[in-house]
Design a protein around this ligand. Structure first.
Ligand SMILES: O=C(O)C(=O)C[C@]1(C(=O)O)C=C[C@@H](O)C=C1
Length: 391
């Protein structure tokens, strides 16, 4: 349900329109700019004051604080939720969020920027997710594979990692789930991104395009558009959309499907924008860390459960959740690869492990399964999917 937005009007009692002639319009413009300058001065002073307070928070956390203590997605989610609650326009929630996201990012990076590894190369949607979650004041490094991101987080070479986990039309990224079976990393946050696919090419028209490069997932997300517009072209799956863009940057008879930041990085014109078949095409990413976080007030918990045997296995898992009033939002099963027909379950539930209901349900599941791991308790995504948000 869209929120009833309060109408926003500037309080410019002294500023009429230009009915009285151009001199009056000029005076009004000068007056408005003076007021903008005065506001900018106050905003800048307030941002500097905020940065000072963030520095004080950092000192209070102590020299020996770990990345999970100085980067706090739970606290950031609370700050951003309040930004949305307070917003009365005229800027959209997503725009206000972006502004505050960057302020917090800059405040956090005062001493040294966070090191974040992501599934590269540069120009992927995962890089976009990094900036959506951490702002631009991070030191982001592109990795060649999902395993590499897990490895670098686990080994402490970076503070956090970002990998895709599911797409609204293509389903789960199984490789990401499987990595949790062999790693101790935790989930520190989730990011949801609306994915817009564009056709990048130096060709002047669709008729000149003989080949289309893209990641398999992007080809699948644009299947109907491609069938309708580029039926004659050969479709070639490559390791990432950024790689697709790299391949076509000097090839006027080829096109790539990728996001806008790949178009900017590789300097390729967008011939057609938003060619995804489903308008609400969304990808969810996980932020990987090494520690469990305290509650933010609106959290999700991901569990990995292994070693449930027999015909009642799934019931054994779900029954304690329902008995203790815990809402399960997703369940995925993956072959354990240890024994034939043996499965590991990945379960998302609402709430935090500190909540009494979830604590009790977990204790019961633990008594029935050979292995239960809490992969993470993390704030529900704030950036990306906003109910009632104005674009
Ligand atoms: O509240 C904190 O713990 C802070 O470090 C301050 C602050 C902020 O700028 O608001 C900065 C970084 C954290 O990720 C969360 C919040």
């Amino acid at each position: 349900m869209p929120r009833p937005w309060k109408r926003w009007r500037p309080s410019l009692s002294s500023c009429g329109n230009s009915k009285d002639g151009s001199d009056k319009a000029k005076i009004d413009l000068d007056e408005i700019r003076r007021r903008i300058d005065a506001l900018d001065e106050r905003i800048q002073a307030l941002i500097a004051e905020r940065a000072g307070l963030a520095q004080a928070v950092r000192s209070a956390k102590g020299e020996a604080a770990t990345p999970a203590e100085y980067y706090r997605p739970d606290r950031e989610a609370q700050v951003l939720r309040r930004v949305i609650e307070r917003n009365e326009g005229p800027l959209a929630d997503s725009v206000m969020l972006r502004v505050f996201r960057e302020i917090m990012s800059a405040c956090l990076a005062q001493q040294e920027p966070l090191r974040v590894a992501y599934l590269g190369p540069e120009g992927t949607f995962t890089q976009q997710a990094v900036f959506a979650q951490f702002g631009h004041s991070v030191s982001a490094s592109a990795e060649t594979g999902i395993d590499e991101v897990f490895r670098r987080v686990q080994g402490g070479e970076v503070d956090f990692g970002v990998v895709p986990v599911e797409n609204s039309s293509q389903g789960i990224v199984t490789h990401t789930l499987d990595m949790f079976m062999h790693s101790d990393v935790r989930i520190a946050a989730e990011v949801e991104l609306r994915i817009h696919q564009h056709l990048l090419t130096r060709a002047r028209s669709l008729d000149d395009i003989e080949r289309v490069y893209a990641h398999q997932q992007s080809l699948a997300q644009c299947r109907m558009w491609l069938a309708g517009h580029l039926e004659h072209a050969e479709l070639i799956a490559v390791s990432s959309n950024a790689e697709a863009a790299r391949r076509v940057r000097n090839a006027p008879d080829a096109a790539a499907i990728a996001g806008r930041n790949a178009a900017e990085i590789y300097g390729i014109p967008v011939l057609f924008a938003n060619i995804e078949d489903h308008a609400d095409n969304t990808t969810r990413f996980l932020v990987l860390g090494r520690e469990l976080l305290p509650p933010s007030g609106e959290d999700k918990t991901t569990l990995m459960v292994a070693g449930l045997d027999g015909p009642g296995a799934l019931f054994d898992l779900i029954e304690p959740l329902s008995k203790h009033g815990v809402n399960m939002t997703r369940i995925e099963s993956r072959p354990s690869r240890e024994r034939r027909w043996d499965y590991v379950f990945f379960i998302d539930v609402e709430g935090h492990v500190d909540d009494p209901g979830l604590k009790d349900a977990l204790a019961e599941i633990e008594s029935r399964a050979a292995q239960v791991r809490i992969l993470g308790c993390y704030p529900r995504a704030v950036v990306g999917r906003l109910p009632g948000e104005r674009e």
